[in-house]
Design a protein around this ligand. Structure first.
Ligand SMILES: Nc1ncnc2c1ncn2[C@@H]1O[C@H](COP(=O)(O)OP(=O)(O)OP(=O)(O)O)[C@@H](O)[C@H]1O
Ligand SMILES: [Mg+2]
Length: 342
């Protein structure tokens, strides 16, 4: 399915209009974005432009999935919000705090699970999460740290040196560190890369639990099924540009296509003239007709098509329908996003 065009301007600014400039000194209202990214650009010292004017507003309490191919700029974007990389221009507010002029206040709201595994190999699990909490000036709270470690099935490893843990366990330690200071906003950069199926499902559960407790979650992933499963909204970034931000359900409805396949009683060698006006394709073996229709269309046209087939004596023995997945939508966007925007 590559015939769909994208009204990307309409999509791109969906939901942005509500975030009017805030008045100085006012506490953030409930519907102001918890992360407000404006016209953010990044050119690395090498001269490479990794971000080209990104605008993105994250809603309080949502799970936002950022999708994009390797090198699209996902980690760069997250690193800027978390103060690890400096932006070249533009601004970011985290829960109302500017990430540059109010760095400490902004950063204390945020937990980051980085993409790269880099931990203090010689420390114990307990020492490292305790230290992470202390970094943010939070008073010690062993009960909270115990809860976090238990949630991540790390409690029995609390006295182990990190170097003795498996890769999946190290990843869990990174999550525990990010949660140690009770952040309201959690960034997960490829949280389930190289993680087994069971741990992936555990993580999804944990993310849902955090959301249920009011944490806002932004995750990047290459696993489309992960975004399909978890996200409330989806952003697609490609070559440093945000090509789309949309509610997941709306996205799947807007860009999703359905196909109805009719398995014929008697094979055809071509589509009859009388059906030429229908978006029909005949399979190569002539055994089935495939009808493509828009999920969002008012009338699918199926009833009329079936009447037509009957009138022309074309009988079918079976039928089934399929829906395009987020994966197809994503591949299409990355491949055709630029042309569609142009
Ligand atoms: N320190 C750096 N100096 C120069 N270029 C960099 C630097 N860090 C990243 N880049 C480049 O910026 C682009 C975006 O990188 P980034 O890590 O943000 O991508 P990503 O979307 O996270 O990719 P992946 O899915 O592989 O993690 C890439 O082309 C990368 O090579
Ligand atoms: Mg990355």
């Amino acid at each position: 399915m590559d015939d769909q065009t994208l009204d990307s301007d309409a999509l791109r600014y969906d939901g942005v209009q509500s975030s009017l400039p805030k008045e100085r000194g006012m506490p953030p209202a409930i519907d102001t974005p918890v992360i407000d990214i404006r016209d953010l650009t990044k050119t690395y010292a090498s001269g490479f432009q990794a971000l080209k004017g990104v605008d993105l507003q994250i809603r309080r309490g949502e799970i936002f999935a950022l999708l994009g191919p390797n090198g699209a700029g996902k980690t760069t974007l997250i690193s800027i919000v978390c103060g690890i990389v400096n932006a070249s221009s533009g601004s970011v507010q985290a829960d109302g705090h500017d990430i540059v002029s109010e760095f400490r206040a902004a950063r204390s709201k945020i937990g980051l699970v980085p993409q790269e595994l880099s931990t203090d190999a010689f420390e114990t699990v307990w020492a490292t999460v305790k230290f992470s909490r202390g970094l943010f000036g939070k008073s010690p709270d062993p009960a909270h740290l115990e809860r976090v470690l238990r949630d991540l099935s790390l409690w029995d490893k609390k006295d182990s040196k990190i170097m003795t843990l498996s890769g999946g366990m190290k990843r869990r330690v990174l999550i525990a560190k990010a949660l140690a200071h009770e952040p309201q906003i959690l960034f997960l950069d490829e949280p389930t890369a190289g993680v087994d199926v069971e741990l992936r499902h555990d993580m999804w559960q944990m993310v849902r639990r955090l959301r249920a407790n009011g944490t806002t979650i932004i995750l990047t992933t290459h696993y489309i099924e992960e975004a399909e499963e978890m996200a409330d909204r989806i952003g697609v970034i490609n070559k440093g540009e945000l090509v789309l931000v949309e509610d997941k359900a709306t996205l799947m409805r807007k860009l999703g296509k359905k196909q109805l396949t009719l398995h014929l009683q008697t094979p055809l060698d071509r589509i009859p003239e009388a059906l030429a006006s229908y978006p029909l394709e005949l399979t190569e073996d002539g055994q089935a007709l495939v009808y493509t229709f828009d999920v969002q269309a008012q009338e699918t046209g199926i009833a009329a098509l079936l009447r037509r087939l009957h009138e022309h004596g074309i009988d079918f023995k079976d039928l089934h329908s399929t829906e395009s997945s987020l994966e197809e939508i994503f591949v299409n966007l990355v491949r055709h996003g630029r042309e569609a925007r142009a």
